[in-house]
Design a protein around this ligand. Sequence first.
Ligand code: ATP
Length: 307
Amino acid sequence: MIDVSHLSKTYGQTLALADVSFSIHAGEIVGLLGPNGAGKTTLIKILTGYLQPDNGFVRIDGLDVLDQTEAVQTRIGYLPENAPLYPELSVQAYLKLMADLRLVPVGQRGANIAEAVHATGLGDRLTQPIGQLSKGYRQRVGLAQALLNKPKLLILDEPTVGLDPTQIVEIRRLIQRLSRHSTILFSTHILSEVEALCDRVLMLMNGRLRADALTGDLAASGEALLVLEKEAPDVETVLAALPQVAHVSAERNRDGYPVYRVQGEQRADLCPAIYQSAVQNEWPVRELRDEVRSLERVFNELAVREE
Ligand code: ATP
């Protein structure tokens, strides 16, 4: 659905994107994560044909964004960071105007507006001026306009920014519902949002793509934790000699029990071998588990490496 190859973009002296490449398949829901200034909005503007890259190309649904900008834009539903909403217009009038501007075929306008209104739960706000709506509802209006051309691909720039926790949950549910029919790429600062919604995550830092992985794969650390009731002889040496183990460190947890952190090679499944060693050596095991990294930890580790 999206093919991005070697994209670069500078604004004067500022490097906003540097040699970014990735692909997104139809049906995926992908989170674009990055700190302020990482290049997320720049990337999204290039994907949607509103900004030209210095180098590289983007293909959406097989079409080159630079050569076939209009055709691409009819296939995309785009919610910009600050969607321009006209506060004096009613929801209905605004959606009609946007359907006009989007060149939605006249015969389909009524049906497409009705579907977008239904999908975003705006049915009881149609006659209300947009300026009188809460921020969460205004965001729904922004999403509704992005749905007017029944897009195969939805690109949302920080769809939950500035919303309160209840509104965030509502918009997340909405995104989840929309993902049944469209491929979705959305940018966010909120790590839990990506964990909750996305199959895949792209992490941008200083204009560079630092991670492109399935959300579950990022969390799998290849690390296991063994907690014993009390010290036992040679635990570190025995663990370090196991296949696929790269490093073992010993510490004590808050309750004073000895803890052995066993780092394996990428995606190593360490627990079965550690369990066998524990049985053979009669270690007094209190706990044995795979360590799962939070997205926050992955993100912070990458951010530290960037500095
Ligand atoms: P945020 O999360 O804060 O919205 P972002 O990840 O979307 O940030 P971008 O807005 O793409 O980041 O900005 C990337 C870099 O390019 C930043 O250093 C920013 O200051 C710079 N930049 C963005 N737009 C312009 C512009 N029109 N002119 C000059 N520099 C710009």
